[in-house]
Design a protein around this ligand. Sequence first.
Ligand SMILES: Nc1nc2c(ncn2[C@@H]2O[C@H](COP(=O)(O)OP(=O)(O)OP(=O)(O)O)[C@@H](O)[C@H]2O)c(=O)[nH]1
Ligand SMILES: [Mg+2]
Length: 304
Amino acid sequence: MSVEELTEEKGSARSRVAILGIGGAGNNLLSHAISGGVSPTQCVAVNTDRNQLSACHAKNKILITGNSLRRTTHDELDNVRTLANRVSPFTSESDFTILLTGLGGVMGTMAGPAIAELNRGQAKPVVSIVALPFIHERDRRFLALRGLKRMVESSDCTVVVDNAVEFNQASSSGRGADEIASLAVRSLSEVVAMGSSALNHRILSVMRLGQVATVCAAAIRSSERIQSGIIEALQAPSAELPLSMAKGAVLLYHGLEPLSEPQAIQAYEAVSSLVGHDVEFVQLSTRSAGVSRVSVFLTGYSYS
Ligand SMILES: Nc1nc2c(ncn2[C@@H]2O[C@H](COP(=O)(O)OP(=O)(O)OP(=O)(O)O)[C@@H](O)[C@H]2O)c(=O)[nH]1
Ligand SMILES: [Mg+2]
């Protein structure tokens, strides 16, 4: 068993996290995360659509004008790179990037990977959280899978949230994918910002076990019920990937009190028994006065 509990280290330099939302889905998911408690000042919305951009709650906004994204020549790739460069002033001060986008449209599929690559080129990790189109968007799903290939090449880890999956969380907005993506952003950004560089290194090493990850979440009545919460969460991962192929798990718990060591071990045992084998495991608790929640990133999947 490889359980590793890492606790918040006081006094160490905090990481600064930039959260980017690209295109329509990216902007919506960003607003969702901000409504859930993410600070708008750390968020940057990028879009070709002026109305979507102005509706987004992010503090920083970049409007991409013209239809330059629609052509696909080599010149065009340079263009996408230039667009990506416009993001740099907003992310230069941060040392971790979370990128949110939908794949299958033009903006997110073209500019998302380019922006991820550019940020990562500056020696900063990039975790992308991408929404895949609904089943009825057949042509878009095809495009999205091609976009996903570029996204995984450009990111340290790509968390897939498939709109086609039926989520078990009764979501207030009726869109489980939005709820789970926004919870993933909130919990990851909070944990990265509060942790030490050693902790972030450990989280990243588990996320980098594969190119692709899923995320699962559930509300928990009390930390005593952590095992049943994990069972509930793992019933509905954000993409249809077999649990048995996961190699790692990053467990983030939000509750009144952090998980105790025995509870953390119970949590690990629940994850490993559902996956069917031992996994690399890191868990971290953050305090929250609201409803207790657990999110589990299952990592180690390859793109194919
Ligand atoms: N979960 C979720 N998915 C969304 C949302 N909006 C769009 N999507 C999905 O994301 C895919 C891409 O759509 P958009 O983000 O609107 O596309 P875009 O990147 O802005 O690209 P263009 O508008 O074509 O330039 C769609 O096929 C939808 O399935 C959203 O608010 N939530
Ligand atoms: Mg759009």
